[in-house]
Structure formats: C-alpha cells, structure tokens
Design a protein around this ligand. Structure first.
Ligand code: MLT
Ligand code: MN
Ligand code: ZN
Length: 309
C-alpha cells in the first residue's frame, strides 16, 4: 500500500499569490470559503516511516512544518525524508531543494536532462554531493526508490516522458519550442512492491496522446495537471498574456481538455493538482467546480491524505 500526502495543491505562485488580487486570491487572503494552498508537491511512503517527496516546492519548509509524518522522529538532527523525485526543472518544483540544505542525506532522482540543469547551476551545490546523491531515472522501467544509504524505501517508480516543455526560466526564445526536449517533462507511476494499483503523478502535462492514457490500468489513481479551466484563462482574467498551452498545460475544459480526454479511461480516484489561482474550480459555488465534480474529479488540497492499494 502506498501512502500519499498532498503537501501542496497550487500551481506556481500558490494561493494566494503574493502579488495577486484575483477573486480566489482575495478570498484565500481572508480565508473566506477559499483555503490557502501551497505550491504543488506530494509525499509518498511504503512504510509510513520513510518518505519520498515528489517535486521540491518553494513552500517546502512550510509544508514540512504542516505535515506531522515529516517531522524529525529518530534523532536530534533527523528527517523521515529519504528521497526527492523531480518531474521537471520548473522553478516551483526545484526551488525547494535550496531549503533542504542542512546536512541531511537523501537521494535526488531526475532525468539526465534535469540533472544536467541542476549540475550547471552551482547554487544547487548547497546540497553536499556526498550527502545528497543525484541519480538518473531510467525511463520506462519500474525501479526501486533508494534512500541515501542504498536501502530500498519500498516505493517503486516508473518514469515516462509526457508532452511538456522546458522550464520557463530555461526558455530560449530564439529556437523552436524554446529549446524543449522530450525529457524536460515526465510523469511518474508510483507504487510499492506489494500494491495492486499505482498512482500516476502528472502535475504538468501539455497533451494526452493515447500512449499515455493506456499506461493506466483500471483502478489506478491519477493526480493530473489542473492549472487552468480554460486555455485562455490567464488572458481573459487579465493577469497574464500566456495561454495554458503556451505554458505547457492542458486546460480542464473543452473538447481536447483533461476532463473530456480522461472520461473514457477507467480509473480509481482522479484528482486535479497544480491548480492556478485563476482557476474557477477553486471557488466553492462555481459552475466550473460543479462540472469537474460531476465528471468524477476531486480537487486536491494541502494536507489531503489517501492510500493506493
Ligand atoms: C508552470 O507550471 O508552467 C511553471 O511553474 C511556470 C513558472 O515557471 O512560473
Ligand atoms: Mn508550475
Ligand atoms: Zn490570484
């Protein structure tokens, strides 16, 4: 059985975002029917003692404070954190690595591509390479997730390339696709040695070819990119000039959107995560929230816990 804790459910910026006065941000600031959410990350464990964090959010310090199972339990300086897995090099997924300096030993897994990005940015040397081993994920293979001593955490991961794009802070405006390569964005299928079903974690996904959908077996669960409800949401709500697709995200609604695309796939639980503060599903009485709920989707929230058996 895989234990799952949602450490953060919001997209980059969080809810409320420091410089935003949109409807959801204003309501969250007042804690008026909208609960504040930190930037997206989950923690998973096979034994409840050793925890694997997927993506290191800029809010990781607050997330560790808020999550009892992540508090030190075995020594004066200790942490249940054994491992960090990365799905891409987006700032909202790697900035938290800087907060994990303090001489704790863990393993850091990412694609070769993302490891090269970290290697070329010397600020990540705050993580002592003797204590924090950087390991390349083997794509399309189920592999054990190891702790810093080479022990098996009991968690199994299968990484696979999904449609996406290079991190915004690495974009090259002068080249096709801003310099994106396939390994820029991956999805993860997470389970344990004994679990029947897996949890698919895809917090950023630009499109859904059948080859991705067919990876999920009936009864598997899904945490999927819930950045926006419509493709032009950032533009129409007046906060930005980029569409969801320009940012490498598939909107929830529309004929090609996530709700329609996943509707034919038999799943256990399906949840949206990485939800941008402009997304009307955050508002309790919105028709958009009713629409995704009616389609069988849950909206993940900070502190949410569940198990995948
Ligand atoms: C994204 O999810 O598209 C990125 O986090 C955007 C960003 O880097 O701010
Ligand atoms: Mn993001
Ligand atoms: Zn906002």
């Amino acid at each position: 059985m895989l234990r799952v804790v949602v450490l953060g459910a919001a997209a980059g910026g969080g809810l409320p975002q420091w410089n935003c006065a949109c409807t959801a941000c204003r309501a969250a600031r007042k804690a008026d029917q909208v609960v504040p959410q930190t930037q997206s990350s989950i923690a998973v464990s096979a034994d409840g003692a050793r925890w694997v964090v997927v993506n290191a959010s800029p809010d990781i310090r607050q997330q560790f404070l808020a999550t009892r199972v992540l508090h030190p339990a075995t020594g004066l300086r200790s942490s249940p954190l054994t491992t960090v897995l990365l799905t891409n090099a987006d700032v909202d997924h790697v900035a938290g690595l800087l907060s994990l300096r303090e001489n704790h030993a863990f393993t850091l897994y990412a694609t070769d591509r993302v490891l090269r990005v970290l290697d070329s940015n010397t600020i990540f040397n705050v993580l002592d390479r003797h204590r924090v081993k950087r390991l390349a994920l083997r794509l399309d293979q189920i592999q054990p997730v190891m702790d810093a001593e080479g022990g098996d955490t009991g968690v199994r991961v299968e990484p696979f390339v999904i449609p996406g794009k290079i991190a915004l802070w690495l974009e090259n405006p002068d080249v096709e696709g801003f310099g994106s390569v396939p390994e820029d964005t991956i999805g993860l299928a997470l389970g344990t040695a004994g679990s029947r079903h897996r949890l698919f974690y895809l917090p950023g996904c630009a499109a859904l070819p059948d080859a991705i959908k067919s990876r999920l077996a009936p009864g598997d669960s899904l945490l999927f990119d819930g950045t926006t409800f419509t493709d032009d949401e950032m533009i129409s709500s007046g906060v930005g000039h980029k569409s969801a697709s320009r940012m490498g995200h598939l909107p929830m609604s529309g004929a090609g959107g996530a709700v329609a695309q996943w509707s034919g796939v038999s799943l256990g639980r399906k949840l949206f995560i990485h939800i941008n503060n402009t997304n009307p599903v955050l508002l309790p009485d919105s028709p958009e929230r009713a629409f995704v709920r009616a389609a069988g989707w849950e909206i993940a929230y900070d502190g949410m816990e569940f198990c995948v058996e």
